[in-house]
Design a protein around this ligand. Structure first.
Ligand SMILES: [Zn+2]
Ligand SMILES: [Zn+2]
Length: 1234
């Protein structure tokens, strides 16, 4: 059958020669004569396998195959491969198909591998056998895995007809590849078949073996042989370099297999560790020469093997049951009571949501790797497999998609959470994992978080003793964190480093700085976990859906903020009826123009933890939290209203004039506010259309974060990688004291004022291009030097240089532009900073006034500064430490504030004022006063303006005055944090006086602000004070709003109008009356007002009520009021005037219209002239600087005599609400009883 032509025989000869050489070198025992018999046997063996294959194409030798030694595989085979001598190409193709559609199958090489199977590693001296298997030849040794081992194979030479080789993965620290041996190896020399013992072995079956264990004290038990069916196999546990496992034998027939008739045997002899690979549950075995021993934890007595013990398959004809002596048979045959641990029992059932897992056997295929380091896989596409609770050792390298596993006594947990809703299979030490088939696939390229941190994950299970739900959560959360920070902020290995005592891992610190979160499930004792009945382990009882919190990316957080901004945007809720019904179109749309909401972490389910790196933007000038996905503006605050002022927190460091470290610290906050400011441009005609989204023209939301530093964990970002790069590039410098940091100069200054961050024009220095440069984002600060320049001395600063005559004036003006704007958020008035210029000093005095400054001199003259400096990019700032500041200087740290009289007087218009205030409201409005230039038909181009109404914080003022602050371009959008409820310090606002004599303020380029506190989470305001009207006259600063019980004595006037919502012209019959037809509107709204005279016995006041409050003043219900308004629609206007009190009532006879007549009657009736509870606001605003009307003399007639008396001016109030007095019914009852 061989087509042996001369050509083929020549190549066969060559192949045979090569084979001989290889076999002599690689397989013959070294130092011995060439062994021809071995060579022939090997070639025969190869031939035999080759010829069993169908398609050998007539060649009797596998000429295309070449022999490969262990060493060659290890050194030259860098890619995973497989070799199948006996496989036809059809078989291989079918095999490739099974690897999946991705074409991921292992590539086929034509290699012949021979070697000795052994469980002895290279390290013979150590005598340490972990149960691993190896293939060995003269050139080396290679780890291997085998599906079904036979103990008789060990130590023999085999041809491996089918195998795959996986070189070490790059991240594999052991650096060892391994072999996966498919199918049974073919022995080169026939194996001697063990004929079995000559005489049957006397054995004990489990029932009697356990009895013997119980009665060991009464009767000395010698060595025994045990036989039975393997019912359970524990994991191979390795602790302190010693391994052991426990197997449990049951009765042979199923009827007898109860708990009581099982016996456990511990195997802890190193040479027997390999038995763990041989034992298969369901098969029956005989173990010889067993003794009884105590376990290491001293809880149990157990059968154990000795070095001379044997393991063999049970053959019924070779054993006979040992007859026990009579006293044994008489003994109580009750099953052995299960050993228990009281401690573990107490821990059970403490939590309500705790469930029991089910223990079962499962066979399946791994389809995906979730996280190799954390031993998490996907089984059959639907189950999560967690092997972290076992030490899976070298099995880890075999487990990849495609591998078939049998899991014995595995726990099934459901609804665990942390990684979706998939059920989880998890093995404790009680169960075991059996390899059922190798993967056909090449190992996948894993993402970095899947390959780093294995020892950290092990720590979570073995040191922190996390239960499975928390473990799944922790691994997921660490992945989330890694995605946010690695590899640009931190390297994966830095982040997922193992914790050592006193040096906790950064990953763990960020995951749970308060270890209480990682509440341990239970303390594990390996022996009890395997042996105890009932079974008890960390996987047995579990709490469902245990997800303490998650770490969203900043991108997700920003997106969620945007989503919530518009999901919760409801114009009807922002403008509730009845107020909205009376607003004109432009009022309505301005009200909707700006709104905000704050989202607290507790509203997320599960709670979210903020994590990012705090950086100062050198483009925008504000602070940001940054991760790899996005950055979000943020506003950190200390608890005592201090802003973030320590530049170390943003940690900018320079070496050789280059930034080497940007981004100072990691911020982790469980408490924070996600603030969303909404801006909406709309053209709603009236309140009726508020539900229709079509009228919204443009909308945008600004998302940022506010948090208190005291609520945050702040950790410096470790940067060993960067530092080491820098240092290694300059080998001369000693790493412990880099030379550059010992050079530099610095000067202390007290910051007295900071100006706005805005685009400014800078004059080009003379000689530069004549083109006008673009305005540059910049800011200025002014302050004063506290001492002369200091030079670096060691790690501190030397004494300050004496000041020259020209430097006597200590004032300084610092200009920040370009990248230095990043300091903006950290510089605050009243604080001392040290300006540091790093590196060797070229100029003798660096911090000297600039002669050719790029700034025009005018601001300097204004500020009265002599010294003017432009901050260089590489200069840094430090917060001045208290010991640095000269004692002689009395530094006022309080923020400068203007006095109340300065603020609220008309004497100092256009001056600059500073104060702290609480923001009461924030609105979009038209610019104030002269800036209003509305052109008809061009209303859309009017620049919007932000109006803040604030309550001033004055020390000696019980009822703070209110003031309006306007922010216009170029100060728009306003800085973050200007929210209603926030307390803010405003510095150097421009004070103005309006045409109506009200004081207001405007943002100017000199203005800066600093948020002192965030809005309170609950916005419940105190109820209005209840006062007598006369109190409003007595006090210097009366409350702006209050409640009083008073009596309506007279109605001055009443007016009801229907007006156009666009141009506010009167609309008879609901149509705009504008004649020029420029107004297209067909929408009219009603407006109403009434003026009343009230008195409470102490003083009298005129009260203006508007719109829906008119109905309350008239005592009309909603439906009555609606009818009144509808009657007024026809004429478009109804107005009534009444003569002053005391005068003769006007005759109703002159009024012909029924509605006017009705209202006239109503206004003079007791339903209006009645006692009321009035909540009001003073009409005169606290910012009004019109001189107060003095009290005047008035003549009264008292009998016959005229009486002249001094009368206070009448109070003018605006109605906020009218309620009927509290006990009108009792009063009526009282009155009717007479
Ligand atoms: Zn368990
Ligand atoms: Zn109109």
């Amino acid at each position: 059958m061989a087509a042996s032509g001369p050509q083929s025989s020549a190549s066969e000869q060559a192949w045979l020669e090569a084979a001989k050489t290889f076999i002599q070198q690689t397989l013959c025992p070294s130092g011995k004569e060439p062994n021809n018999q071995l060579t022939q046997s090997v070639i025969d063996c190869v031939k035999m396998i080759w010829l069993t294959k169908g398609e050998n194409q007539g060649f009797i030798l596998p000429l295309s195959y070449s022999f490969v030694s262990v060493q060659t595989l290890k050194t030259h085979q860098h890619l995973p491969c497989c070799s199948h001598l006996s496989w036809s190409s059809n078989v291989y193709q079918a095999w490739v198909q099974r690897a999946g559609p991705n074409g991921n199958a292992l590539p086929r090489e034509e290699l012949l591998l021979l070697g000795t199977l052994t469980d002895l590693s290279e390290d013979l001296e150590q005598e340490y056998r972990s149960g691993n298997l190896y293939v060995k030849d003269n050139t080396g040794i290679l780890d291997c895995e085998l599906i079904d081992l036979d103990l008789s194979w060990l130590g023999h030479l085999f041809l491996f007809p089918s195998w795959s080789y996986l070189p070490p993965a790059k991240w594999n620290s052991s650096g060892k590849g391994h072999l996966e041996l498919w199918g049974a190896p073919v022995p080169v020399f026939p194996l001697t078949i063990n004929p079995g013992p000559l005489t049957p072995i006397s054995v004990l079956y489990p029932e009697k073996a356990s009895l013997l264990l119980r009665l060991r004290k009464k009767h000395k038990v010698s060595e025994s042989n045990l036989a039975g069916k393997l019912v359970r196999l524990s994991a191979l546990v390795i602790s302190q370099n010693k391994g052991y496992f426990i197997l449990t034998l049951g009765e042979l027939s199923p009827a007898d297999s109860q708990v009581g008739s099982q016996v456990s045997i511990i195997v802890q002899i190193p040479a027997q560790m390999v038995w763990h690979r041989v034992l298969r549950p369901g098969r029956s075995y005989v173990l010889t020469r067993l003794r009884i021993t105590k376990t290491r934890s001293h809880h149990y007595y157990i059968w154990t093997t000795i070095p001379s013990s044997d393991l063999m398959l049970l053959r019924p004809d070779c054993v006979q049951e040992l007859e026990l002596e009579r006293w044994f048979l008489e003994a109580d045959l009750r099953p052995l009571p299960p050993p228990t641990l009281t401690e573990s029992q107490d821990r059970m059932g403490q939590e309500d949501l705790v469930r029991d897992s089910r223990v079962l056997h499962y066979s399946g295929t791994v389809t995906d790797v979730l996280n190799e380091s954390a031993c998490l896989y996907i089984l059959d596409g639907q189950l999560i497999l967690c092997l972290a609770y076992q030490q899976i050792h070298d099995l880890r390298r075999v487990i990849r998609p495609g591998v078939c596993l049998e899991l014995r006594d595995v726990h099934l947990l459901q609804s665990v959470g942390g990684r979706g809703s998939r059920p989880v299979l998890a093995l404790c030490l009680h169960g075991t994992i059996l390899l059922r088939g190798f993967s056909h696939q090449k190992p996948e390229t894993l993402s970095p978080f899947q390959i780093h941190g294995a020892s950290l994950y092990e720590q979570l299970v073995w040191e922190y003793q996390l239960g499975l739900p928390l473990y799944l959560w922790a691994t997921k959360a660490l992945e989330e964190l890694a995605c946010k920070l690695c590899p640009h902020v931190l390297r994966y290995h830095q982040f997922l480093k193992h914790s050592s005592p006193g040096k906790p891992s950064l990953g763990l610190q960020l995951l749970a700085p308060f270890p209480a979160v990682l509440k341990t499930a239970c303390i594990r004792h390996a022996h009890s976990e395997i042996l105890e009945e009932p079974h008890h382990c960390p996987l047995q009882k579990y709490a469902q859906k245990q997800i303490p919190y998650t770490f969203p990316t900043l991108f997700t957080l920003a997106k969620e903020g945007q989503r919530r901004a518009w999901a919760t945007f409801d114009p009807k809720a922002l403008l509730p009826l009845p107020e909205a019904a009376y607003l004109t179109s432009s009022q309505l749309n301005r009200h909707l123009g700006w709104s905000w909401l704050s989202v607290l972490p507790s509203t997320f389910q599960p709670a979210q933890v903020l994590l990012g790196v705090l950086v100062a933007s050198s483009h925008k000038g504000y602070l940001q939290l940054r991760d790899l996905t996005a950055s979000l503006p943020c506003l950190p605050l200390t608890k005592n209203s201090q802003p973030l002022a320590d530049p170390r927190l943003i940690g900018v460091k320079f070496r050789d004039g280059k930034i080497v470290m940007l981004g100072g610290c990691l911020v982790r906050a469980e408490k924070f506010q996600l603030v969303i400011e909404r801006e909406v441009r709309s053209n709603f005609p009236s309140w009726k259309e508020l539900g229709m989204a079509d009228f919204i023209q443009k909308k945008q939301a600004r998302v940022y974060i506010q948090f208190f530093l005291s609520d945050a964990l702040i950790l410096p970002v470790p940067r060993p990688s960067i530092d080491s790069v820098i240092l290694s590039s300059s080998p001369q410098s000693d790493p412990s004291c880099p030379e550059e940091s010992h050079l530099g100069q610095s000067r202390l200054f007290l910051l007295s004022h900071k100006e706005a961050l805005m685009k400014r024009n800078f004059c080009a220095p003379s000689g530069a291009s004549s083109e006008l440069p673009d305005p540059t984002l910049s800011f200025h600060v002014s302050g004063s030097w506290l001492c002369g320049t200091q030079r670096k001395e060691g790690s501190g600063w030397g004494p300050p240089e004496p000041l020259g005559v020209e430097n006597k004036d200590q004032k300084v003006f610092l200009i920040f532009l370009g990248p230095s704007v990043r300091w903006f958020a950290l510089l605050h008035p009243g604080k001392v900073y040290r300006l540091v210029a790093p590196g060797p000093s070229q100029t003798p005095v660096l911090f000297k006034a600039e002669s050719s400054s790029g700034t025009s001199q005018r601001p300097l003259e204004l500020a009265g500064c002599v010294s003017c400096l432009t901050i260089q990019d590489e200069w840094t700032l430090e917060l001045g430490r208290s010991q640095d500041i000269p004692d002689v200087l009395e530094i006022s740290r309080a923020l400068p504030e203007s006095s109340l009289t300065h603020l609220l007087s008309d004497n100092f218009p256009d001056s600059l004022v500073s104060f702290s205030a609480e923001i009461l409201s924030r609105r979009i409005c038209e610019p104030p006063l002269a800036r209003r230039r509305i052109q008809p038909g061009n209303a859309g181009t009017v620049k919007a303006c932000v109006k803040l109404t604030v309550a001033l914080e004055m020390a000696d003022c019980e009822f703070p005055p209110h003031l309006d602050i306007y922010i216009e371009d170029p100060h728009l959008p306003p800085p973050i944090g200007l929210l209603p409820g926030a307390r803010v310090y405003f510095s150097q606002l421009e004070k103005k006086i309006s045409r109506s004599n009200n004081v207001y303020c405007c943002f100017r380029s000199s203005t800066s602000m600093q948020v002192l506190s965030f809005p309170l989470e609950s916005t419940i305001r105190d109820p209005l004070p209840h006062i007598y009207l006369a109190e409003l006259l007595q006090r210097g600063w009366a409350p702006l709003q209050a409640t009083t019980s008073c009596h309506v004595v007279f109605v001055f006037s009443l007016q009801i109008l229907w007006v156009c919502t666009y141009c506010t012209s009167i609309c008879p019959q609901g149509r705009c009356s504008r004649q020029d037809l420029t107004c297209p509107a067909q929408v009219a709204i009603s407006q109403a007002s009434i003026r009343l005279l009230v008195e409470d016995g102490t003083a009298e006041a005129t009260v203006t009520c508007r719109n829906h409050l008119v109905a309350a003043a008239l005592g009309l219900g909603p439906s009555e009021w609606t009818s009144v308004l509808e009657y007024a629609r026809g004429p478009g206007k109804v107005a009534l005037q009444f003569r002053g009190p005391g005068a003769q009532p006007e005759s109703p006879g002159k009024i012909h219209e029924p509605l006017a007549l009705f209202l006239w009657t109503l206004c003079t009736s007791p339903s209006v002239i009645r006692p009321i509870m009035l909540s009001f606001e003073l009409e005169r605003r606290s910012s009004d600087v019109t001189p107060l009307e003095p009290s005047r003399l008035q003549q009264f007639q008292s009998g016959e005599f005229p009486l002249l008396t001094r009368v206070n001016p009448r109070l003018r109030l605006v109605c906020l609400s009218i309620q009927e007095p509290e006990h009108p019914s009792s009063l009526e009852a009282f009155a009717s009883s007479f």
